[in-house]
Write a protein that binds this ligand. Sequence first.
Ligand code: NAD
Length: 354
Amino acid sequence: MRFVHDTLPQRVCFGSGEAAANVGNEIGNLGASRVMLIAAPAESDLADTIATHLPVALRHDDVVMHVPVEVADRAREAAAQHNVDALVSVGGGSTTGLAKAVALTTGLPIVAVPTTYAGSEATPVWGLTEGAKKTTGTDHRVLPKVIVYDAALTMSLPVEMSVASGLNALAHCVDSMWAPNADPVNAAFAAEGIRSLAVGLPRVVTDPMDLDGREHALYAAYLSATAFASAGSGLHHKICHVLGGKYNLPHAQTHATVLPYVLAFNGPAAPDAERRIAAAFGATSALDGLVALKRELNAPRALADYGFAEDSIAEAAEAILPSVPPSNPRPVTAADLRALLRAAWSGADPETVF
Ligand code: NAD
């Protein structure tokens, strides 16, 4: 066995019902006294529960998915005007993403309080959108100094969004198995993430207030993002990156829909990954495990349901092709991508596509 693995410097506090106290302590540890508290309107009540323990200089709720540059600019100006010295984000990946955009140009430390399973909090990856083009980059200034996980804050996440977001986390795990920097450490995180999501998500669907189910999903979200941060973007993320940026598709639902087709395509060419994913699901094959879980969760099925048009398939395939990692377990042609996208567009049975 031979590998090089980077571990990112981050403190992680996990405790249900403890977010307010943990964020207060961590802001104290950072020596901050003028906090910019970022939370979208839907996350405002959650942020209220945390604000009471903080020296808040500014609350900011102008959050938009995929962080349009003008939204980032407004947040940066507000941070400068109020002379803030730390950022606290309470919300999903869009909110974390806005805090990252501010940190990217200011170097301000972030304490991230995630309320979905998107996992942005554990990566040094930022994203900005200009027009229909999403640009991402890696910069250690945007990696939150501290993550405060509190599963009680995820109880209000609607079941449909919980499922889509949980499958976004699952996609981090699966893609980490063959991404350019895949190694045994991130594969171990990914496998445990799959196992924990397969335990937690069905419980969340049965009872959205099941704290144990929510904790399993949130713990898995952290593992999945840590695996993804270290392994990098594989074929699945390259596909979803283009679909999200170019066609403004919803992030989590796009990941949830595309994943089985990427697994059907890559799985047979990646026997180790196939075996580990299957074992994590406790299934006879990786794809069987994923398909059965998606069925149980009544998960997003077809890109057509989210506004992706059939006549965009060829154009999207051409846009994705140059970004396919050369290390993908099998070569990828434009025709392969068209077949994959057509199947994902219609929600075809993934077992029959390749
Ligand atoms: P989101 O943050 O847009 O949240 C979806 C919706 O749920 C929003 O309306 C939000 O306000 C609401 N919401 C969030 N938490 C809630 C809660 N607990 N209760 C009720 N409502 C709640 O969606 P997302 O899927 O979490 O994040 C997607 C974004 O994150 C995309 O822009 C994606 O590119 C980015 N992302 C980045 C990385 C990275 O490493 N940089 C990783 C994953 C996702």
